[in-house]
Structure formats: structure tokens, C-alpha cells
Design a protein around this ligand. Structure first.
Ligand SMILES: Cc1cc2nc3c(=O)[nH]c(=O)nc-3n(C[C@H](O)[C@H](O)[C@H](O)COP(=O)(O)OP(=O)(O)OC[C@H]3O[C@@H](n4cnc5c(N)ncnc54)[C@H](O)[C@@H]3O)c2cc1C
Length: 488
């Protein structure tokens, strides 16, 4: 049977914020656009569909003050200072090893900062409204709000989809891109895709924009890059299961430069009993965390919750079966509306005594009682303040607890099981500030763009509330650039 071949100007892989921003942007430049999407229509939208979409903005006209400095801070691990210094010269003078450095370059960050507010204005033209939004962490209650689209990421998807459809963008659901097609000179001129009943097709275009998210839905890539304990994690929401890393793999297969921290991911502590998107529980700083052996394994309060939960999740991943239990007591009621930090739809496990709690959780009772007794003995008097790091620390115990250390001695006791769930993976592709994918020698791969979560720009940790913006901003940039791209 002959392979079906379709032809467009621009082929977009993925239907999240990055893919739809790219498709609509290319359409507005007059391009004929196809979007390939693995999921069925009713489940499409990737991670974007499930996010509240906090945006690192003060309001519609202003970035947060730390926008660029934070991206620079997380944009490299231990980079070579001599190579970094080269980036003070114009980018046209950077040698290939600098263009493909394991660091997010200043030109990229400056473009991100410069184009974000115009992108917000652009999104508003599709009817999207932006509202102040407060993070759920108790330690964020006194912070100013960020911004979010009213209706979250789902509203972004719906608005851009409607605009794309109205403008003639063609969307192929249940169609998975598997490989890039190159011409004899190495330019990318389309993708090989596979649809229902494993039916192959070639979708050709002058340019291809990869916007297929990270690899949080691929156990093979998670294991390869994060190690064996990756078996313990799962995507934080249903959309992540569709992101299996082909966009990254197909580009690497033709020589693209990797970028970002392949060995890490941004995590949330979620209740494994719940199938709800983002079933997170942010209460452990106010109690203790124990593993299945009934032992503590980490400082539960080394800093403000919104800064430390990611690191704690990585520790949870390493515990037996990747599981921990947040153990709390009746003192949690001292925190007004603590339930606003709880997103699981499952109730906590409650018990009148630690022995009963251990029984209900399947933990060794003696070990849990001994752990709590040692912890209680290490607590000291002081003033508790849930909304800020209060310095109420344990003394003489390992691991210590640096804040919010109060004895667990008031029944009823309660517990939430927790696992680490992947919000986004950090490894991806190296692009320039125009979202063009670079090869491992720092040269542009003609016709190939990347936007959104498969751009590798974070090292060790994520910069909160920048990923949806990255998708929208670089999707818009990629779409406009790709529409203008002429095959050589
Ligand atoms: C629950 C949750 C909360 C979050 N909260 C925030 C937040 O508050 N702020 C923030 O900035 N970020 C947040 N994030 C992260 C952010 O939502 C994502 O990083 C961002 O939306 C990614 O957009 P994207 O378009 O790159 O990828 P996605 O939205 O994941 O879209 C990728 C699309 O590609 C499709 N696809 C994958 N592989 C293929 C293939 N081979 N062929 C065809 N199609 C394919 C998928 O089906 C999907 O539709 C959150 C994520 C989640 C899950």
C-alpha cells in the first residue's frame, strides 16, 4: 500500500500551547498549516490542558522583577566561565561550542523577556482574559499574585484552536509524528507519521515545528535519563501520558544539539490514590515525612514550601516504592484554610493513635512511634508561623527539620500518602532565539523549529511559572519565522 503524502507550508507537531500558538502564528502569516496530534480530539492539549497556567508576570504589562535573573540562574549548572564570557559578543561571532553550550544563552533569555508581553497582548486578541492568581502554597499567602488565563490552560487551547480552525489550520488527531524527513541537503521537509491501525503517512512542509512536549509519558526515556527509580514517578496529569519524547528523539536522530537537564524534572508531591490532575498535597512542612519503613529521610522544612517541594519530591522518588507519608496531627487546624493546599480528592487517613495510623498505612508501628518520639523530643518551644519560615527548628536530630517543627502529639493523627509526579521533564533541544533547532555544531538545521517544553532551557531546577509562557512566546516566534522560511 502506498504511503499517503500530504503537503503544507508548515507542519506543527503537538497541540498544546506551543503547537497551537505556532500554528495560529504561521497561519496569520499566510501559511497553510497542518497540526499533528497524538491524542484524540477530546483529550488533546497535552499538559497545557490541565494546568492552571500561572504566568511569571505581575500583570498584563509587566514581567516579575526576577524574570530574566531567574532564567539565567536556572539556565546553567556549572558552565565554563570563559565560554560564557564569549556570549557578551554578538551571537553571530559565537563559535559552535558556545552556541551549543549547556547553558541558556543571554540572547534567548532577552528574547523571551522582550516578546512575552507582546505575546500576552496577542493572546488577548483571541478573547483570552488574564486574572491575578495566587499559588496554593501556604508560604505564598503573603506574596503578591501572579497572572493566569481565566479558565487556565484549557482556555488557551480552546481559544487558539477556534482561531486556527477559523483560519484554515488543519488538525490531524490520533496522528503521531515519528521521524523527520530531510532533503538531500539536510533541510527538514516534513515528518513521517503514524495514525490509527498503524497507518503511515508523510506530511511535508517547508518547515516543521516540533511542539510535542517533554518525555514524562515515556517510561523508557525516564528510566534512561533519570535512572531506575524513575519507575516510581508518573505524569502529574493525564495530558503528560501523551508526551513520549519523540520530538526530542527524532531531532537528536538527525544531529540536533541536546540542551537542558536530561537527568531532572519538575515535580509535585501528589496523592497516588487519586486520578485527579495535579492531586497535590502541600502540607508536609507542618508535620513529618516518613517512608515505608516508618523513617524520616529529609528535612521537611528547609525553606519556604514553594521553593523546596521540588527537591523533596526527588527524595520521595528514591524511597522504597517511591512512596512517603505526610504525618500530621490536630495542630494542622491552627493553619486557617489549610485545605487550600490540598488538591487530592481522597480524604486523609485518620486515626486516634500513632499505632492505629501505622496499621492503616501498612507501616511498622514500632518504627513510626520511635520516629515520632525522636522527632518530638528534638522540637523546641518557639513561635509558630505557617506563612513564613519561622525558624522553629529541631535540635540534635538527623535529618533536622529547619522550620515549623512542632511535636506531633495531638490526636487525631492524619496522613497523606505521597509520590513524586512529573510536571515537566527538563531535557530537550537547543534552539536559538528564533526557535530554530541547532545541530550539535551550532549550525541551524534548515526547516526545523522547536517550541515549548521540548526546548531545553532549565538545569537542575525549573523556573516556576515560565513554561506556559515559553510555549506561547516561542510558539508564536517559531510560527511566524517558519511561515517565512523558504526551502533552499
Ligand atoms: C498539572 C500541571 C500544572 C502545571 N502548572 C504550570 C503553571 O502553573 N505554569 C506554567 O508555566 N507551567 C505549568 N505546567 C507546565 C506547562 O503546563 C507545560 O510545560 C506547558 O503547557 C507545555 O506546553 P507544550 O505545548 O510545550 O506541551 P504540551 O501542552 O504538553 O503539548 C504537547 C502536545 O504534543 C502532543 N504530542 C506528543 N508527542 C507527539 C507526537 N509524537 N506526535 C504528535 N503529537 C504529539 C501531545 O499529545 C500534546 O498535545 C504545568 C503542567 C501540568 C501538567
Amino acid at each position: 500500500m502506498a504511503v499517503e503524502t500530504l503537503s503544507y507550508d508548515v507542519v506543527v507537531v503537538g497541540h498544546g500551547i506551543a503547537g497551537l500558538a505556532a500554528a495560529v502564528s504561521a497561519m496569520q502569516q499566510g501559511a497553510r498549516v497542518a497540526v499533528l496530534e497524538r491524542a484524540p480530539a477530546e483529550e488533546s492539549g497535552g499538559c497545557t490542558r490541565y494546568t492552571e497556567a500561572f504566568l511569571r508576570l505581575k500583570n498584563e504589562d509587566e514581567l516579575t522583577d526576577d524574570f530574566e535573573s531567574l532564567l539565567a540562574e536556572v539556565g546553567a549548572a556549572n558552565p565554563d566561565p570563559d565560554l560564557v564570557h564569549t556570549t557578551t559578543r554578538p551571537s553571530s561571532e559565537w563559535p559552535g561550542i558556545v552556541r551549543t553550550l549547556n547553558a541558556t544563552d543571554p540572547e534567548f533569555i532577552a528574547t523571551f523577556a522582550r516578546e512575552t508581553i507582546p505575546t500576552i497582548k496577542w493572546l488577548k486578541t483571541f478573547g483570552i482574559r488574564f486574572i491575578p492568581a495566587y499559588l496554593a502554597h501556604i508560604t505564598c499567602r503573603e506574596n503578591p499574585p501572579l497572572l493566569a488565563p481565566s479558565g487556565g490552560g484549557h482556555a488557551l487551547i480552546e481559544a487558539l484552536l477556534a482561531a486556527g480552525r477559523a483560519g484554515g489550520v488543519e488538525i490531524f488527531y490520533e496522528t503521531t509524528a515519528r521521524a523527520l524527513i530531510q532533503d538531500d541537503a539536510g533541510a527538514v521537509v516534513g515528518v513521517q507519521a503514524v495514525g490509527r491501525r498503524n497507518r503511515r503517512s508523510d506530511v511535508r512542509g517547508r518547515a516543521v515545528i516540533l511542539a510535542s512536549g517533554g518525555f514524562e509519558g515515556s517510561i523508557e526515556m525516564l528510566h534512561r535519563y533519570l535512572g531506575p527509580s524513575a519507575v516510581n514517578i508518573r505524569p502529574v496529569a493525564r495530558g503528560g501520558h501523551y508526551n513520549r519524547g519523540e520530538g526530542i528523539r527524532m531531532a537528536l536522530a538527525i544531529g540536533a544539539a541536546p540542551a537542558g537537564d536530561f537527568g531532572s524534572y519538575h515535580a509535585n508531591p501528589v496523592d497516588p490514590r487519586s486520578g485527579r490532575p495535579e492531586a497535590k498535597v502541600f502540607l508536609f512542612p507542618y508535620g513529618i515525612l516518613v517512608n515505608k519503613l516508618g523513617r524520616r529521610f529529609a528535612d521537611e522544612g528547609p525553606g519556604a514550601d514553594h521553593r523546596i517541594y521540588d527537591g523533596i519530591c526527588h527524595r520521595i522518588q528514591e524511597q522504597p516504592d517511591g512512596t512517603a507519608f505526610a504525618i500530621l496531627d490536630a495542630r494542622i487546624n491552627d493553619i486557617p484554610e489549610y485545605g487550600r493546599a490540598v488538591f487530592t480528592d481522597k480524604p486523609p487517613v485518620m486515626a486516634g493513635s500513632l499505632a492505629d495510623l501505622a496499621g492503616k498505612l501498612g507501616l511498622p508501628a514500632d518504627a513510626l512511634k520511635a520516629t515520632v518520639a525522636a522527632y518530638n523530643a528534638a522540637c523546641r518551644p518557639g513561635t509558630f508561623s505557617a506563612t513564613r519560615t519561622d525558624g522553629l527548628a529541631t535540635v540534635g536530630i538527623d535529618p533536622p527539620k529547619s522550620n515549623w517543627a512542632r511535636p506531633l502529639d495531638r490526636a487525631p493523627f492524619m496522613a497523606y500518602p505521597l509520590i513524586s509526579a512529573a510536571i515537566i521533564t527538563l531535557g530537550g533541544l537547543k534552539t536559538n532565539a528564533r526557535a530554530q533547532v541547532l545541530n550539535a555544531d551550532g549550525e541551524v538545521i534548515p526547516g526545523l523549529y522547536a517550541a515549548g517544553a521540548l526546548m531545553g532551557i532549565y538545569y537542575r531546577q525549573y523556573a516556576a511559572a515560565t513554561s506556559v509562557l515559553r510555549g506561547a512566546t516561542f510558539g508564536r516566534i517559531a510560527g511566524a519565522d517558519a511561515a517565512r522560511h523558504q526551502a533552499p
